[in-house]
Design a protein around this ligand. Sequence first.
Ligand code: SF4
Length: 335
Amino acid sequence: MTNLSQDKASLLEVDGLSVEYRLKGVSLRAIDRVSFALQAGEAVGLVGESGSGKTTTAMAIAGLLSPNARVSGGQVRYRGNLLSIDNDAAMRPHRWTETSVVFQGAMNALNPVHRIIKQIAEPCILKLGMSRAEATARAREVLELVGIPTDRGTAYPHELSGGMRQRVMIAMALACRPSIIIGDEPTTALDVITQAQILKLLGKLRSQLNLALILITHDLSVVAESCDRVMIMYAGRIVEDGTVAEIFAKPKHPYTRLLIESIPNPASGKRIIRPIPGDPPNLMNRPSGCAFHPRCPSAMGVCATEVPSLEKFGWGRVACHLHRSSQEGRVAVHA
Ligand code: SF4
């Protein structure tokens, strides 16, 4: 496997992972040979448009794929041990205790008829075998960790603001002391100020608890604030992987460059959003060669016929014919 940190022992190793969905009798490849490693305490952003495969990648790692999905290739290892990610029963002991997920829209994820302290304590009873009193004490601890006064533990979800509810979701995710938190667009439903507070909280918890974070988002600016590293996904594949500093300073893949250019930056006087031309690919009818070629301003003849492999480039990786070692005979087809 090729990754950014292959010299260190990895907390999580994803190697050649492919997942297919069965839809109306047709098999759709949602992710295609995804490989990366995650170190303890590392924060990685998984970025891409809808349908890019970022959520499927994360749900596969957590063993939370939908019933119509199947792992068609590859493997996932946690601390060197192979996970049976397509076996719900085998994955149950790992969820909450090793990997937890914070979903967007906390109101839908929390049970409206139970007090929050009870909901946070529940996984500790089920997963760690704690008594009710021990689990409640742990729930109070994590409430404090996420900045909620413990006397608010008796509140019902509807009595809390959106930001507080998302803090409750983070408290639940932390309750069984996992090493990895997956945030699936955890700030999407929040206003900008609350979003900044939640990202700051995740950053603080990460350094305090040495947590690894996989942050799924369509918003590169969220990654810039909270991650060490970013992996850009397009049509089910990783197309670029590098440190946040490198990728923002010198993006190599044309899609990454367009994603960065689409972020407004009022500080630099750039207030206008420049959307990426064209639409994300239809996975039922995936473009040949590089799936980005119909939208790529740098596309060459070879791009429509050959899938570019993900190759090591400096400290990172990139899948683009522009960055292959041999460039002879390439003619641009778009200006
Ligand atoms: Fe553009 Fe070709 Fe690179 Fe794909 S492989 S991103 S089409 S230049």
